[in-house]
Design a protein around this ligand. Structure first.
Ligand SMILES: [Zn+2]
Length: 459
């Protein structure tokens, strides 16, 4: 936070982002023309008429401009940063349920070295940030968290991070309950003083966690004031498994265990019955909704998904992009458009859940789902300076609509992202990272891709 005892105009900001149109995503705020956003350190310190701000701080460097649209940094609430990133778009899209994970993703993860984790996380976060993503929730399948943290540092963006969490005998990176929890505690310690990356407790989830593990993990997150995330019910198979093992559907069983709560972000929650939906709402448990994943894997979101109903009843939902066996592209603006389209089509109601409503769930609504709405998700004084500049020079913006959100969501996606500020630093300029060298990463990725295929028995 800026020191409130200092009059803002007395201290020159480090940067002014010039917005031809600013979409703040603050509640009830319409897009506003000719706005300057002053950045001091890692914070937004002033939002004012551009000409006034420029006249007060004529020496301050600027980015953006009169033809640029500026919006808050986007949030990707579920992303596997490692593993199948290095075998991108190799996993066939005609496999039976489960085979993409157990025949491709798990072997790739099992063969991952620390170097692989750092490289794949760097590539994932690089792709995300060039599409405007400044905050990413790692999905819970990281073998070498310190190396993934190095990836966050290399790209300069924020997020949450845990360690691989399952207690399933015979699977890679598995451990006893005590071992899994110890690894989670190590990440909480590792990230304790990090200013952009928060340690979360992360489990694989599904029915790949014992009751003892998920109960202990939830307690660990609660006692540390942090989040817990795990996968549940992207397809109908988790319900089958829980009913066999416990006699209850998954969310009912987890609620009975006392696991659910405001600190929990469940990835997916596609196949929920009425009772499960009620329990998630009553416990204020949040959902990460990754619609491209369910389409690539044919998991039934178009018939079973209830995310928009959940939102309409006050549920917290954030959009995500998932993994390379489940959607491939790390572009949350693509998820925004798809979420809006699915909502309308599933209800056969074009009045439902438009572009603005959908964009909320990659910005302020997503931040609320992560319990971070005071820190990220909108352009507001005091918040982290995570800012995206959209270039409207491209053909997708010709001619300009008077409604920039409609045009951004339906006519464009991450392709229009030009500059990105993360925690006050310009990390993308003219579509290229200022932090890492894409060409060098491509050479390294080609080498590791080949070696990983051999080591994982996939070549
Ligand atoms: Zn996932």
């Amino acid at each position: 936070m800026a020191d409130p005892s200092i009059t803002r105009s007395e201290v020159a900001p480090n940067l002014i982002v010039e917005a031809g149109v600013a979409i703040t995503m603050e509640p009830g705020a319409d897009p506003v023309a000719n706005v300057g956003i002053a950045v001091t350190g890692d914070r937004i310190t002033e939002i004012a008429d551009l000409h006034v701000l420029r006249s007060v701080h004529p020496e301050t460097p600027t980015i953006g401009g009169p033809h640029m649209i500026v919006l808050p940094g986007l949030i990707n609430a579920h992303q596997h940063l490692t593993g199948d990133r290095l075998i991108r778009s190799m996993i066939p899209d005609d496999l039976e349920a489960g085979r993409s994970i157990y025949e491709w993703a798990v072997p790739a993860h099992a063969a991952h070295t620390g170097d692989d984790d750092q490289l794949s996380a760097t590539l994932s976060l690089l792709e995300g940030v060039t599409n405007g993503i400044t905050f990413t929730v790692e999905a819970g399948t990281v073998a070498h968290p310190d190396r993934v943290l190095a990836g966050f540092d290399a790209v300069g963006v924020g997020g949450t991070l845990g360690s691989w969490g399952w207690d399933v005998a015979g699977e890679p990176w598995a451990g006893s309950v005590a071992e899994v929890l110890d690894r989670q505690r190590e990440v909480l310690t590792l990230t304790e003083t990090h200013d952009r990356v928060d340690g979360w407790v992360t489990l694989v989830g599904h029915d790949l966690m014992s009751d003892e593990l998920v109960v202990s993990a939830s307690e660990l997150a609660r006692s540390n004031g942090t989040g817990l995330t795990f996968h549940l019910s992207p397809s109908s198979s988790d319900a089958v498994s829980y009913l066999q093992r416990t006699g209850k559907r998954p969310a009912v069983h987890l609620n009975n265990l006392g696991v659910l709560g405001r600190h929990v972000l469940i990835a997916h929650g596609v196949h929920l019955d009425d009772q499960e939906l009620e329990l998630l709402l009553a416990s204020d448990t949040a959902l990460a909704y990754c619609p491209w994943a369910y389409l690539r894997l044919g998991q039934g979101v178009t018939s079973a998904g209830r995310h928009v109903e959940f939102i309409g009843r006050g549920g917290r939902v954030a959009l995500g992009c998932d993994a390379e066996n489940a959607g491939d592209a790390i572009d949350v603006l693509g998820s925004v458009a798809l979420a809006a389209g699915l909502a309308k089509d599933m209800a056969v109601d074009p009045t439902l859940f438009g572009a603005r409503a959908a964009l909320q769930h990659a910005t302020l609504g997503a931040a609320e789902a992560l319990g971070m709405a005071t820190e990220i998700g909108s352009l507001a004084v005091g918040k982290r300076a995570d800012i995206v500049v959209i270039d409207t020079a491209g053909p997708e913006w010709i001619p300009r609509s008077p409604d920039p959100i409609l045009q951004l969501v339906w006519a464009s996606d991450g392709r229009s992202v030009c500059d990105v500020v993360a925690s006050g630093r310009v990390v993308v300029r003219d579509g290229e990272s200022t932090m890492v060298n894409r060409s060098e990463l491509a050479i390294e990725a080609a080498e590791r891709h080949a070696r990983l295929l051999t080591d994982a028995g996939l070549g």
